[in-house]
Design a protein around this ligand. Structure first.
Ligand code: FES
Length: 102
């Protein structure tokens, strides 16, 4: 289990091995911004990694393509990932507005 801290709310989410951050958040009673409900389509779940980037499991092709689209629209965004695809191998701090208790 890896703990991901979500800023600015300061919420800690425990992510089990093989689980995405989005799944872990839902399981622990948090609403994460989405329209596609975790299908890697809407990109509304996108987050920015603030710390621990090496602990984010490398993205697979589907997520890589989404990241490229996001970065072409927002060139200033670094270390962007989809919460509905990212898995954690160790502690991370991420930034995502709008995460709250469901
Ligand atoms: S929840 Fe829609 S892309 Fe991740």
């Amino acid at each position: 289990v890896a703990v991901v801290r979500v800023m600015p709310a300061g919420i800690d989410i425990a992510v089990a091995a093989g689980e995405t951050l989005f799944e872990a958040a839902s399981r622990q009673g948090y609403a994460w911004p989405t329209r596609c409900c975790g299908q890697a389509q809407c990109m509304l779940c996108a987050l920015e990694i603030e710390d621990g980037v090496d602990n984010a499991v490398a993205p697979e092709r589907e997520e890589q393509e989404a990241i490229r689209r996001i970065q072409s629209l927002h060139p200033m965004v670094r270390d962007c990932r989809l919460a509905c695809r990212m898995k954690a191998a160790g502690p991370l701090v991420v930034r995502k507005e709008g995460v709250r208790r469901a």
